[in-house]
Design a protein around this ligand. Structure first.
Ligand code: 8NA
Ligand code: MG
Ligand code: MG
Length: 316
């Protein structure tokens, strides 16, 4: 069922599962992962215990909390919520950590997010957390772009970070509202039509996605053409590709994404969000769900947030 409760929960838990699966090998090359583990297919311990989420999911939680509290996107409330939840132990990108510190010291977010890097951050930190926006606005595509951009702008002022967040949000919403099997090439076409004129880098990357889907490229070729680092331009389309390459299975899409190396937790989180919105919670391997942390803001809480958001959007 398009927009079903199971699929909204799938988008949220998909982010969490991808983040936790990639966490132990974040920053490793594909070769290093291969030499050490062969392949990552289970929840492993790393900097944090097995099944622990990082900044990706912590910020997704903040975004969902704020959307529910304000019944929509509100930059001021979102900034406060990110700051309240900010736990350095989870590992934040240096730009985002600096922006949140500035906001906590009283700087308005509009200024703080311009103060890191020239022109603001173009990191993938805005795209990685965007699943709640995609679910909240899935029925209002015209509003989806604006909402994704505001949600990004609080920490990421660079146009490429905002465009990446909008693209990722749209991919999740397409997946969530699909009524039957997805055609990978039509999916890419819709994504391309969604891009703004400034989205040229993404348009090129989506062209690469199409070409790669037509062949059976090596892992190295995929990394070379799409990227696997923490820039939005070098990770959002990688996640879209992992999803489309393995449309049939949440598990295979996620294993593929994480084993590309680089920004593994984040490419995992983004792949998990798109694939989870398509397959639903029922498509996520139970052995992964069982391993997720379940403290006060753990798995149960994330499911509750997703169910609450679904109620607001789909039972209204
Ligand atoms: P960010 O704003 O620091 O951006 C990520 C990176 O992109 C930066 O550190 C820079 O290297 C680069 N970058 C971004 N904008 C510019 C610019 N204008 N000019 C030059 N370089 C730039 O943080 P973010 O929130 O966007 O990043 C998300 C990433 O941080 C995710 O991978 C997430 O998992 C987390 N992360 C954590 C760790 C860790 O603690 N182990 C490591 C890497 C990333
Ligand atoms: Mg992370
Ligand atoms: Mg990361």
């Amino acid at each position: 069922q398009p927009g079903s409760r199971d699929r909204v929960i799938g988008a949220f838990l998909g982010t969490f599962v991808g983040d936790a699966l990639g966490m132990p090998v974040e920053g490793w090359t594909a070769e290093e992962i291969c030499a050490h583990y062969g392949e990552v297919r289970e929840m492993l311990p790393g900097r944090l215990r097995a099944g622990t989420y990082t900044d990706d999911t912590e910020m997704m939680i903040g975004l969902a909390e704020s959307l529910l509290r304000c019944q929509g996107i509100d930059g001021d409330d979102l900034a406060r919520t990110f700051c309240r939840n900010f736990n350095t132990r989870r590992g934040y990108g240096p730009g985002t950590a600096a922006v949140l510190d500035l906001i906590s010291q009283g700087k308005p977010w509009e200024e703080a997010s311009q103060m890191v890097f020239p022109g603001g951050s173009y990191g993938n930190g805005a795209a990685m957390r965007v699943a709640p926006v995609a679910c909240f606005y899935a029925r209002e595509p015209a509003q989806l772009r604006r909402a994704a951009i505001v949600s990004a702008r609080v920490t990421h002022a660079h146009p490429l970070a905002m465009e990446g967040a909008a693209l990722q949000a749209y991919a999740i919403s397409l997946s969530l509202s699909s009524t039957g099997p997805i055609d990978a090439f039509k999916f890419v076409e819709k994504l391309r039509d969604f891009l703004s004129p400034e989205g040229e880098e993404y348009r090129k990357k989506l062209g690469c996605v199409e070409e790669l889907l037509r062949s059976t490229p090596s892992r190295d070729e995929v990394i070379a053409r799409l990227g696997n680092d923490s820039r939005a331009t070098h990770s959002v389309c990688t996640a879209i590709y992992a999803f489309l390459r393995h449309l049939e299975s949440f598990e295979e899409a996620l294993v593929y994404a994480v084993n590309l190396g680089g920004d593994t937790d984040t490419i995992g989180a983004m792949t998990g969000a798109i694939s989870g919105a398509y397959h639903g919670k029922d498509g996520i391997p139970p052995r992964w769900l069982d391993k997720l942390e379940n403290g006060s803001k753990g798995r149960r809480y994330v499911e509750e947030l997703a169910a609450e958001l679904w109620k607001v959007v789909y039972l209204a």
